[in-house]
Design a binder for this molecule. Structure first.
Ligand SMILES: Cc1cc2nc3c(=O)[nH]c(=O)nc-3n(C[C@H](O)[C@H](O)[C@H](O)COP(=O)(O)O)c2cc1C
Length: 351
């Protein structure tokens, strides 16, 4: 398998504005997927199967949500060796997100700040792309990568009506997903994270659980639902969230999203930009949330660990904190596709 070392590509991408580099790469991957160009980013799929939430993951490293918000590059990402790829966050209607600039690098700390605000083309376009992906349409058995579809609410929908957006999105993605993620932890949609608080979470998950039962009957398949939470939570809140997830029969928790804390990047260029901080500085905060979740949820409840994985050792630290599988986003920007195989190999023998 031939490939271009990321050490040659990265200086070119880092010479560009961060969002321009992102768009350039995504356009290239969308056009190049399933063509000979794909060898530029293809990596071997590490074989480390695990069964979790009733799903068979071919390995334990996944692509985190937010890179491919419109599900345009599913086949390209599958070729990087991920065991699972999560696309979205998708909202029912298209929306432009926040004004640019809205994405920043802090290279000294291998970090990013973004305040994109769920910029996406909406549910219909998203589903059309999912359907078009070869990995879904061909039913190829040689590529058992799992697909997660991550849903959110439109910025213009009042927070009191958030449930109706989540239900619309759930209806749309359900038949196409291996699992669905309910994202209630982006710092870039006003009041979204308030949905993590006791009563709001209880009522949202109540509605989602009820709709999921209906959808399971309608489509004759039970799709696991995961809930994605923030790192900026104290232990007491984590305990309440854990109990609420279990009470409503949720299948797993994804911990964590980006942080609003700036402690780790103080004084550096862009540190004061509004938005969510990701990458190396979020590793320990995310791991701490995972440890607290694991102790609150017991040993069997699925935890998908994400935040700050920049090396195989970081991935191991997340498994040791209590995660069953892990996801990466910022690490891919700083390290390139080699990180996928590095992380998957590092955790392959850690249970
Ligand atoms: C530019 C950017 C956009 C993101 N968009 C989303 C999103 O739409 N939905 C979501 O659930 N998480 C989103 N995330 C959060 C990531 O999925 C992940 O939880 C977080 O970045 C921590 O992981 P990392 O340190 O490996 O990046 C985004 C992260 C970044 C950097």
């Amino acid at each position: 398998m031939s490939f271009i070392p990321y050490s040659l590509t990265r200086p070119i991408l880092f010479g560009m504005d961060p969002e321009a580099a992102h768009d350039f790469t995504m356009n290239l991957m969308a056009r190049g997927q399933n063509t000979p160009l794909q060898c530029a980013w293809s990596r071997p799929m590490v074989d480390d199967p695990i069964e979790l939430a009733g799903l068979k993951f071919p390995n334990r490293v996944g692509m985190a949500a937010g890179l491919d918000k419109n599900a345009r590059c599913i086949d390209a990402l599958a070729a990087m060796g991920f065991g699972f790829v999560e696309v979205g966050t998708v909202t029912p209607r298209p929306q432009p997100g926040n004004p640019k600039p809205r994405m920043f690098r802090i290279p000294e700390k291998k970090a990013l700040i973004n305040r994109l605000g769920f910029n996406n083309d909406g549910l219909d376009a998203f589903l059309a792309n999912v359907r078009r992906s070869q990995i879904r349409s061909s039913g190829k058995s040689g590529k058992p990568m799992l697909l997660g579809l991550n849903i959110g609410k439109n910025a213009a929908t009042p927070i009191e009506e958030a449930t109706s957006d989540y239900l619309k999105a759930l209806d749309g993605v359900y038949p196409h997903a291996d699992y669905v993620t309910v994202n209630i932890s982006s710092p870039n949609t006003k009041n979204l994270r308030a949905l993590q608080s006791d009563e709001a979470l209880d009522s949202l998950l109540d509605a989602i659980a009820e709709r999921r039962e209906q959808l399971a009957t309608q489509h004759a398949k039970r799709v696991p639902v995961f809930v994605k939470i923030a790192p900026d939570l104290v232990e007491e809140q984590i305990g309440v969230i854990a109990a609420t997830l279990q009470r409503h029969g949720m299948d797993g928790v994804i911990a964590t999203n980006t942080t609003i804390s700036r402690e780790a990047v103080q004084g550096l260029q862009h540190a004061q930009e509004a938005g969510g901080l990701s990458g190396a500085p979020v590793l320990e905060a995310s791991n701490q949330v995972i440890r607290q979740l694991r102790s609150a949820l017991g040993s069997r409840f699925p935890i998908i660990g994400v935040g700050g994985i920049l090396s195989g050792a970081d991935a191991v630290s997340k498994i040791r904190a209590g995660a069953d599988v892990v996801q990466i986003y910022s690490g891919l920007i700083y390290r390139g596709p080699d990180l996928v195989t590095e992380a998957a190999r590092a955790i392959a023998h850690v249970r």
